[in-house]
Design a binder for this molecule. Structure first.
Ligand code: AMP
Length: 434
């Protein structure tokens, strides 16, 4: 079904054309009619499948034209997402006079305050800064007609539940409420029971699955060689832009400075960076100024960067759900992307959990010509990991073996095998630039 049959307003249809969209994605096909009907909604969709337009287009169609008091509030877990969603609303509304604002912390209040004073229709906000404006008497939610909670699962993970409850309570009871989340764990049902009325449920695909347009693989490697393998993979790859994930902020800084020393242009995105640094990093990565961005999960959740050709998990994510989110940064909206995870023996149980979560085994690759050392467990790895390792052994880890094992599959210098496709750009399993 084309966009024009979805009952969107003429102005918003023009915005869709200007955005260059031709056909709705599955989540858009299913969610747009529900939002237009006025019903509450819980929607789950794989990341990168067009979730934002699925709520932005029908909401803007319903708003019609500008009026002074804010009518739509979208809550986002991170500043980047608030900014990104507000930009999407503004773009889709470009043929209307509807006004939007993004409210988030880490930057001054002045510009956001001025926008609020001028009068806005749509607010995309992180909970903390929104509450600051409410408590300062500069904003009331009494005129909100549509409340959207985006990335609800992450919002709850980040401990926003009390403030989110407070914000919901400040909105009129007669509102329409929409929950959008990449995954819908049971905890969300508890929030839904007080926030939503008789919601329609829309699930697109299995919400644990990995986007089909992503090729993903594991690269087993000794802990001590992770950085060398990262550099070697980058050397052998004809990439457009690479997102590298680290578990910790400190780790992200360290990886970034070592990559810079290896003459790469690198941006860093994590919660300890100032908001201006975060904005500059993301803008520079999007514009191509930086070829690599090193990020932690919280900062990178949901960000949409067109043309990310590769995601590399330098560290295996702690939560299986984060694996799906991380690799969802590539292959967005049906472009094809590659996602690779460096795994050392310490990660055996994490990998097993991820494979169980996504219901699939992740193929293993090795980089031809890389001087692999035997895999030995890093003695300084946290105890929990070592315990898991002892419990978990190598099952499901695909190449993860007992801590004492050495010379793992694919790990020895003399061993052959590994991915098909030799040659400079294909030897590591990476495909060339698309
Ligand atoms: P989202 O899941 O909302 O973060 O969207 C992921 C990416 O898909 C964004 O770059 C959108 O601009 C793009 N996108 C969303 N809907 C469509 C569509 N119907 N056709 C093409 N691209 C789309």
């Amino acid at each position: 079904m084309p966009f024009k049959d979805l009952n969107l307003s003429a102005d918003i249809l023009r915005g869709v054309v200007s955005a260059g969209y031709t056909d709705p994605t599955p989540i858009q096909l299913r969610a747009i009619p529900v939002v237009l009907s006025g019903r509450d909604l819980i929607a789950s969709a794989q990341t990168g499948t067009g979730k934002t337009a699925a709520f932005a287009l029908p909401i803007l169609s319903k708003l019609g034209a500008h009026s002074r008091a804010p009518r739509v509030l979208i809550l986002e877990p991170t500043r980047e997402l608030a900014a990104q969603v507000e930009t999407a609303f503004r773009d889709f509304a470009r043929h209307t006079d509807i006004r939007t604002v993004a409210l988030f912390g880490g930057v001054g209040y002045g510009a956001q305050r001025n926008e609020l004073k001028r009068g806005v229709d749509v607010i995309a906000a992180t909970p903390g800064r929104l509450v600051d404006f409410i408590k300062g008497g500069e904003l009331s939610l009494g005129t909100i007609e549509i409340l959207v909670l985006d990335e609800v699962d992450r919002m709850l993970d980040m401990g926003f539940l009390p403030v989110v409850k407070d914000i919901i309570a400040r909105c009129p009871k007669s509102r329409q409420t929409l929950f959008f989340s990449a995954t819908v764990p049971p905890e969300i049902a508890a929030v839904a029971s007080f926030a939503l009325r008789n919601p329609e449920r829309v699930e697109c695909g299995v919400n644990r699955s990995v986007n089909e347009s992503v090729n993903h693989a594991l690269y087993p490697v000794a802990w001590s060689q992770k950085f060398d393998l990262l550099v070697a993979l980058l050397e052998k790859t004809d990439f457009q832009s690479v997102l590298v994930f680290s578990r910790t902020k400190h780790g992200a800084d360290k990886i970034a400075s070592r990559l810079k020393a290896a003459k790469h242009t690198v941006a860093v995105l994590h919660a300890n960076r100032s908001q201006n640094q975060r904005i500059e990093a993301l803008a520079g990565f999007k514009s191509g100024k930086y070829e690599i961005m090193v990020a932690t999960d919280i900062a990178a959740r949901g960000i949409d960067v067109a043309g990310v050709s590769h995601v590399i998990n330098y560290d295996v994510p702690e939560n299986p759900e984060d694996y799906v989110h991380r690799i969802g940064r590539t292959g967005r909206a049906m472009a094809v992307g590659d996602a690779f995870t460096l795994v050392s023996p310490e990660n055996a149980s994490d990998i097993r959990d991820i494979q169980r979560f996504i219901g699939a085994k992740i193929p293993e690759l090795r980089l031809e010509g890389f001087p692999y050392l035997p895999f030995v467990v890093n003695p300084s790895y946290p105890k929990k990991g070592q315990q898991q390792q002892r419990r978990g052994g190598g099952g499901g880890g695909g190449g993860q073996r007992s801590p004492q094992a050495s010379g793992p599959r694919g790990g020895g210098r003399s061993q052959s095998g590994g991915p098909s496709g030799g040659g400079r750009s294909g030897g590591g399993g990476f495909r060339g630039r698309r």
